[in-house]
Design a protein around this ligand. Sequence first.
Ligand code: BJW
Ligand code: ZN
Length: 287
Amino acid sequence: APGKDYKNLAAFHKKLTGSKRILALCGAGLSASSGLPTFRGAGGLWRTRNATEIATPEAFETDPGLVWLFYAYRRHMALKATPNLGHFALTALAENLPGFLCLTQNVDNLSIRAAHPPSQLRPLHGSLFNIKCSNPHCSYTEKNNTSDPLHPSLALAALDPAEDEPHPLLDPSHALEHMPAADLPACPECKALLRPDVVWYGEPLDEDMLTSVDEWIDDAQVDLVLVIGTSAVVWPAAGYIERARGRKTSVVTINPEAEKPDNLRKMRKRDFAFVGDAAVLLPQLLE
Ligand code: BJW
Ligand code: ZN
């Protein structure tokens, strides 16, 4: 059960001011108030499927057209979205504290667009705007390709609904035409299909990035771990919370569902849980 400091803003600020090394683990909830849906729970459905079922090598193998449509839609929405005050509060923390490292599971580029210093950011699951060849023997990549559409067959802007209207692509009764592989973006070097350079289930995270995170954590005691807008069920990302926890570390959860027993399971006396929207709470907590 949470200790008596639970939700105590003054106690949190004291801990924050005394912290030299802070690690954040961010998830989809950080971008929720920018209008980008989370994976699990409300909004986690894409048409009739779980978004997490489409973010797999098996789905790409079976129906690359469907997977590309999902990512084309997410690229389009992420480009239209703007970073929120939560992203900016984290940028300000990074600028004020060289010992702050932000691990994000988000692929939407919003932290970068909020001017978060790249040296203090680890995009664990890649980026919607990096593209790579799906052929494991080909090393073709494109970094920060923000063209929208990426490919003529993936032009979605024409479908944009009026404000407050649901997007037709999200409506399962709006039939999707099967998109043959020949219409999808292909590698200029080997002609195999291109794919977004994001990490799907069962795929390894970038090894150099993992090494740099491990080294950062092992370098010295981590005073504070911020767990922001993530269900913290996906590994290895979720493992960093306990991995960074030392005897004096406080773990701080910022999540509208922070009171759910699942999210409090590992709460200790010096931990905190702030219940609400990260875009509202982060500016208050980190000011
Ligand atoms: C708000 C809010 C607001 C709402 N404000 N909050 C060990 C144990 C068990 C399993 C495994 C293990 N090791 C590996 C696995 C398997 C697997 C895994 O973890 N499975 C679990 C689900 C059980 N992991 C992997 O496969 C990983 N790879 C790997 O380990 O490789 C090993 C290997 C080594 C060598 C060779 C081969 C393999 C890869 C994981 C990749 C995850 N990929 C995805 C897709 C990325 C691309 C894309 O975006 O399309 O990443 S899945 C999806 O989940 C996405 C997210 O980044 C990730 C995490 O989700 P997140 O961000 O937490 O979102 P939600 O929706 O879950 O939660 C949102 C939260 O926000 C909620 O709590 C809300 O309450 C809250 N919220 N509004 C604040 N306004
Ligand atoms: Zn190739």
